[in-house]
Design a protein around this ligand. Structure first.
Ligand code: UGA
Length: 443
């Protein structure tokens, strides 16, 4: 099948590459000429396990093309994906200017019937707006061409995006036209072999499904962080509580890990956008607002523990803190809404210096913070410890999971570890003579 994909960000690039991998002919379009020229030369703008070789082999085989020529891409496509960004507006609602700009472009260049697919996470009702926008462009040039706008949200996780895309747990398709659903069913057939993963529904339900999934996951995290904070106050250990509740299949083991708060480009943005949509339609989203508020407070919690240990924020002036982890989660270089950013800012405001290490996010941190005296970006976890008073762990990269605590004890002048992801057993850390502060684990 001939497919065009607008937007070569995480979603567009990964989806396009996976569709090419199973044999479709995919043209990826972006307005960013540098990005497209880079991709043409095999330069992948994001770090995502497994993506680079897949882009290269499909590009070499002629199944995956990159262009800034929207007219060419639209003209030859039976299915046209919109996978551009929907950044939050000032009031938290999703900014649709890029989505609607693509809709106009499609309307201007469409020559034959096609199914237009909203892949970006967009507020309920967006498919209707995209449909109206394309129809207006077609009318303006007196063109009578059949098209449908389908909602087909993406559920991939950063760091596991290729795997999620190649082996989806569900494929949600929202449309009132059976022919459009059939078309996408064919497109996705290679991903839908052993049992049927396609969940067909109306457009608005599909749009809401995406927000409901992310909001539910964010709610689980904020809930556990709330329990962790209660555990701290009452002298309980949230890790024991987590094990005590996860075995109930109605609760489950996933997304009940307390920590330094959720980050990334999806949860914070989507929880806010759904709350905004609810408010616009006259419903007060009490729970969603609380999920967001708990997370905002949680991002500062590790700093609160640092202050508790030292007795006062003033005591941090002149201290050097080693920071392990900058990315919002492991296996990515993405620092959008990362908890590390809040901790860094709070430490700097208190007059501390930071020696940070992250296996992938070093360049991103340099891009965000530039050169500054109170931040040293290190090449290894050990280097970050040199001359440090304390260690704070913010991202649960595998390589941080089993450090030599004796070595840590020797390296850290104040002999204290602040663990924002509950990676260690308190007894192991304390046996080495270190003080240990974690999330929801007593004190
Ligand atoms: C999330 C969803 O998991 C995907 O299903 C969805 O497709 C995607 O958003 C999207 O809308 O595009 P992602 O943002 O890549 O994926 O990251 P997650 O793996 O969900 O992690 C989000 C944050 O929650 C991280 O900061 C992580 O550290 C935190 N987290 C996760 C916890 O604090 N506790 C947990 O138990 C799980």
């Amino acid at each position: 099948m001939h497919v065009a994909i607008f937007g070569t960000g995480y979603v567009g690039l990964v989806s396009g590459t996976c569709l090419a991998e199973v044999g479709h002919h995919v043209v990826c379009v972006d307005v960013d000429r540098d990005k497209i020229e880079g991709l043409d030369r095999g330069v992948i703008p994001i770090y995502e396990p497994g993506l680079e070789p897949m882009v290269r082999s499909n590009h070499a085989a002629g199944r995956l093309e990159f262009t800034i020529d929207a007219a060419k891409a639209v003209a030859g496509a039976e299915v046209i994906f919109i996978a551009v960004g929907t950044p939050p507006d000032e009031d938290g609602s999703a900014d649709l200017q890029y989505v609607l700009a693509v809709a106009r472009t499609i309307g201007r260049h469409l020559l034959a019937p096609a199914v237009v697919v909203d892949k970006s996470t967009v507020p309920v009702g967006t498919a209707d707006r995209v449909r109206e926008t394309i129809a207006a462009e077609l009318a303006a040039r007196d063109a009578d061409i059949a098209f449908d706008v389908v909602s087909n949200p993406e559920f991939l996780k950063e760091g596991a995006a290729v795997e999620d895309c190649m082996r989806p747990d569900r494929i949600v398709i929202g449309s009132s036209q059976p022919a459009s659903i059939e078309k996408l069913r064919k497109l996705y057939a290679p991903f839908n072999r052993n049992h049927d993963r396609i969940v067909a529904m109306d457009v608005r339900s599909a749009e809401l499904t995406k927000y409901a999934a992310n909001a539910m996951l964010a709610t689980k995290i904020s809930f556990m962080n709330e329990i962790a904070n209660i555990a701290e106050q009452v002298g309980a250990d949230v890790e024991q509580v987590r094990k005590g509740i996860g075995s109930d299949p109605r609760i489950g083991w996933h997304f009940i890990y307390p920590g330094a708060g959720y980050g990334g480009s999806c949860f914070p943005k989507d929880v806010q956008a759904l709350a905004r949509t609810a408010a616009q339609h006259g419903h007060e989203p009490i729970l969603l607002n609380a999920v967001e508020a708990v997370n905002e407070r949680q991002k500062a919690h590790l700093f609160d523990l640092v202050v508790r240990h030292y007795g006062a924020a003033e005591a941090l002036r002149g201290k050097t803190i080693a920071l392990w982890g900058l990315a919002f989660k492991p296996d990515t270089d993405d620092m959008r809404e990362a908890s590390s950013r809040r901790l860094l800012q709070l430490l700097w405001d208190a007059g501390a210096r930071v020696r940070a290490f992250d296996p992938e996010a070093r360049d991103e941190a340099r891009r965000i913070f530039g050169q500054r005296d109170d931040l040293v970006l290190c090449d290894s976890a050990e280097e970050a410890l040199q001359g440090a008073d304390a260690l704070a762990v913010v991202t649960e990269w595998k390589q941080f999971r089993s450090p030599d605590f004796g070595q840590l004890r020797q390296a850290l002048r104040d002999a204290v570890v602040f663990d924002g992801r509950n990676l260690y057993e308190p007894a192991d850390v304390e046996a080495a003579g270190l003080a240990y502060w974690a999330i929801g684990r007593g004190r």
